[in-house]
Design a protein around this ligand. Structure first.
Ligand SMILES: O=C(O)c1cc(=O)[nH]c(=O)n1[C@@H]1O[C@H](COP(=O)(O)O)[C@@H](O)[C@H]1O
Length: 226
C-alpha cells in the first residue's frame, strides 16, 4: 500500500491532544507535522514522544538566521532524524547550503518560499517586487542550486516550480477541502485533489482535520478525494 500524501499539521501546545489526534488519524495520513507551536511547548522530548507513534515526523521550524546559526541549530536537531525539516529560502544560498550540509542523510531539507498566508499585496508591503509566482520561482531555483531536497509553496505555484525542478520534493500547505472549511489566515488555497494534480509531493493539512468534530472522519473524507 502506498503511503498517504497527507501530513497532518498538529498545531497545539497540548501534548495529550496532539497524541489523541495522531492516534485517531494514524491510518489516513502519511506523517505528522510538528511546528513552532508544539516545539515551543514541548521541545525535542515532545517530538520524540510523538515519533514513538511510528509515523514519519516533519519538523517544521522554518529556520531563518545567519548560516552558522542555522547550521548549528540543524546539528542540534539531528538526533531527532526528522523525515522533513524546513528552513526559509529567504535566508539565502549560503544559509541553505550550510543547513543541508548539517542535516542527517535521511532528512529532506526543504525551503519555504512564499508563505501561503501572503498575497501579492503583502509581498509589496515587505519590499518584494513581483507576484508570489515570480518569487516562488526565484526561490525554487535558489533552493535547487543550494542542493536542498525541495521547497514549500502553495498549490497555485507548484506546477511552475516543478517545471523548474522536475525531481524536487514539493510540500504544499494552504489546503482546504471543497466544502465546510474557512480559509482562516491562509490566502493562497486549493483543494487537496487540485493540489496533487498541480504536482504536490505531499499535502500539509491542519485545521480541516484537527479542528473537525471527528478528525478521523475528516481525514478519511479527504483521503477519499485523492
Ligand atoms: O511550512 C509549512 O508547513 C507552511 C508553510 C506555509 O507557507 N504555509 C503554511 O500554512 N504552513 C504550515 O502548514 C500548516 C497549515 O495549517 P492549516 O491552515 O490549519 O491547514 C500550518 O502548520 C503552517 O505552519
Amino acid at each position: 500500500m502506498t503511503r498517504s500524501p497527507i501530513y497532518v499539521a498538529i498545531d497545539t501546545p497540548d501534548i495529550t491532544r496532539a497524541k489523541e489526534i495522531a492516534a485517531r488519524v494514524h491510518h489516513h495520513v502519511g506523517g505528522i507535522k510538528l511546528g513552532l507551536e508544539f516545539f515551543s511547548a514541548h521541545g525535542q522530548a515532545g517530538v520524540r514522544e510523538m515519533a514513538s507513534i511510528g509515523l514519519p515526523i516533519f519538523l517544521d521550524l522554518k529556520l531563518h538566521d545567519i548560516p552558522n546559526t542555522v547550521a548549528k541549530a540543524v546539528q542540534a536537531l539531528a538526533g531527532l532524524q526528522p523525515a522533513i525539516l524546513t528552513i526559509h529560502a529567504a535566508g539565502g544560498l549560503a544559509m541553505m547550503e550550510d543547513a543541508k550540509a548539517a542535516a542527517p542523510a535521511g532528512t529532506k531539507v526543504v525551503a519555504v518560499t512564499v508563505l501561503t498566508s501572503l498575497d501579492g499585496e503583502d509581498l509589496t508591503s515587505i519590499g518584494v517586487e513581483g507576484d508570489p509566482h515570480a518569487q516562488v520561482s526565484r526561490l525554487t531555483l535558489l533552493a535547487k542550486q543550494a542542493g536542498l531536497d525541495g521547497v514549500v509553496c502553495s498549490a497555485h505555484e507548484v506546477k511552475a516550480a516543478k517545471k523548474l525542478w522536475p525531481h524536487g520534493f514539493f510540500v504544499v500547505p494552504g489546503i482546504r477541502p471543497a466544502t465546510g472549511n474557512g480559509t482562516g489566515d491562509q490566502k493562497r488555497v486549493m483543494t487537496p485533489r487540485q493540489a496533487l494534480d498541480q504536482g504536490a509531493s505531499i499535502l500539509v493539512i491542519g485545521r480541516p482535520i484537527t479542528q473537525a468534530e471527528d478528525p478521523d472522519q475528516a481525514a478519511r473524507a479527504i483521503e477519499a478525494t485523492l
